[in-house]
Ligand binder design. Sequence first.
Ligand SMILES: C[S@@+](CC[C@H](N)C(=O)[O-])C[C@H]1O[C@@H](n2cnc3c(N)ncnc32)[C@H](O)[C@@H]1O
Length: 219
Amino acid sequence: MSLQKDITKQYGKRTGKEKLYNSDYSYFSEKERAVKIKELVKKIILINNNTTILEIGAGQGGNIPLLREMDFNDDNIFVNELLPERVMHIKNNYPTIKVYEGNALEIDFDRKFDCIFQSTVFTSVLNDDQRIALANKMWKLLKPGGIILWYDFIYNNPNNSDVKKVSVAEVKQLFSNATQISIEKVTLAPPIGRLVGKMYNLFNIPFLRSHILAVFQKQ
Ligand SMILES: C[S@@+](CC[C@H](N)C(=O)[O-])C[C@H]1O[C@@H](n2cnc3c(N)ncnc32)[C@H](O)[C@@H]1O
């Protein structure tokens, strides 16, 4: 099955379940992620009026407010998404943001970006060769000195065979040409996080975290 068909099928199953994730857990984990992304990116690149970012697999555009808070101008924010209904949502809600509809692997312009961002896209791509192709595509779209910004989970979910972890070793291998690497564990694992609710910060120790936030810089 093609990557496009796989993703369409997987996300078709999820429709209607999104509300399950609106909770104290979402609030605290998203807040933590936003703070850490801002800190990490600002340590490595300077975001000015010309700094460009492309988010692949942007979903419904939920990260766009964060990119704006990070001081990316709307003119410099580009997003890509495969599923047409999600693209429509982005266009309706963020009309000033440029959207490239379709498979990120098929983006075919010469433009290069200062930052290429992926957040929980690779764990939806189950095939190893497709993961390698997608990572190579991201690398190709990056300017020299630019960064890959990565957020994804590193443990499997036994209740969901539609997603597959990307281990730290695998992600390092995917971007083995990077000159500078920074990797940090983030996000209290969902089963624990949903259980402890408002006590998120109390339980959020590295040992109990399920995701990594990483930056890979190209020379
Ligand atoms: C779990 S969602 C994450 C959405 C968003 N990045 C976020 O952090 O909220 C993964 C998204 O990646 C998209 N996706 C998966 N493979 C893709 C590909 N090859 N090209 C473009 N989008 C893709 C899916 O359609 C889905 O909307």
